[in-house]
Design a protein around this ligand. Sequence first.
Ligand SMILES: *Cc1c(COP(=O)(O)O)cnc(C)c1O
Length: 349
Amino acid sequence: MNWREYVRAVEPYTPGEQPKDENVIKLNTNENPYGPSDKVKSCVQDLDLLRKYPDPAASDLVEAIASYHGVEPGQVFVGVGSDDVLGMAFLTFFNSERPILFPDITYSFYPVWAELYKIPYRTKALTEDFRILPEDYKEENGGVVFPNPNAPTARLMELSSVEEIIRSNKDSIVIVDEAYIDFAPEGSSALSLVDRYDNLLVVRTFSKSRSMAGLRIGYAIGQKELIDAMQAVKYSYNSYTMNRPSILYGCASIQDEEYFRSTVERIIRTRDSFAAAMEGLGFRVIPSAANFVFVEHETIPAVEIFEKAREAGIYFRHFRQPGIDNFLRITIGTEEEMETVIKFLTNLT
Ligand SMILES: *Cc1c(COP(=O)(O)O)cnc(C)c1O
C-alpha cells in the first residue's frame, strides 16, 4: 500500500494561453475588448472593509441579478465565474448511476468535472454542420448539459429544440450553459422556460458580454428547489465564494444597461462584417451567435495559420481534437483589431 494509490488522479482542463506581453492581439479566450462600464470603474471601495468577511449570501448581487431578469432572489445562485457555478451544479445534480449526456464537441471542462466527481458520461456527435440533435438527448440519462450557443462552434440551437430536450428529460436536470447568449438574437434564452420546468438550470457569466473575466462572477437561475440544493452544497464546501469587490462591481455592471447593450451590439456588428470578410478569403465560417467565430480555410491547414499568426503577435485558439483540428476559434476584438487580422490573413492566403 502506498499513498500514491489514493491520490485523486485527474487530467485537468487546459485554459487558453495568457501571454505576458500586453501588445499582442489576443483573440484566444473570448474576452470582451471594451472593458467594464465606467460605473464599475468609478466604484470606490473602502479597502479597510477587506478585513471583514463578505456577505456569504452575496445578497446585493443576488438581488441585482434577480431584478434584472425578473425572477425571485431565491431563484439565483452566484459563484466564482460560471466555472464554479457549473462545477457546483455537477456536484449537486449529477449523482445518478446513469451517464450524463453532452455533445462530443463542446466546452472541454464538462468531461473534466465528470472525471473529477466520478460521474459516468456519454458524448453525442454533432451533425456535419455542427448542430446538436435534440433526438440524441432522449435516451435514459443522469443529466444533460450543453452550451447554447455551443462552444467552440458558436452555433445556436433554436429555443424550441432546447425546450424539446428539457421536456423529454423530466426525470433529470438539464443545464443550459448560456455563456454567450447575450450575443445571440433576442428570444434565444432558456430563461423564459425556467418557470415552466423544474428540471431546468440556466447558467450565465459576467466574463464575456459584461467584460469582467478577471473578476470571476457567474450565476445560475432555476426554480427555488434547485437553487436551495446548490446552496446546501456550496455551504458544505466554502461559505465565502463571492468576495467584496466582486459583489460591488457586479452590482455596478448591472446598473449600466446602456453601456452593456452598446458594447454587445458593437461586437455583434464587428462579428458579422468579420465573418463576411473571412468568407471572402476562402474560409468556411460556422454561423455564429457568440463573440467568436469558428473557421476553417479551404486549403491552408489551421495549425499553419495558428502558428504564423502567433509569430505575428495575433493569438487564436486551436483545438487538437479529432473533427475540429482544422478549425480556428477567433474571438471578436475591436474593429481595428479585426481589420489587422483581415490584413494579416489576406497576405497569407
Ligand atoms: C467562458 C465559458 C465558461 C466559463 O466562464 P467563466 O469565466 O468561468 O464565467 C463557461 N462555459 C462556456 C461554454 C464558456 O465558454
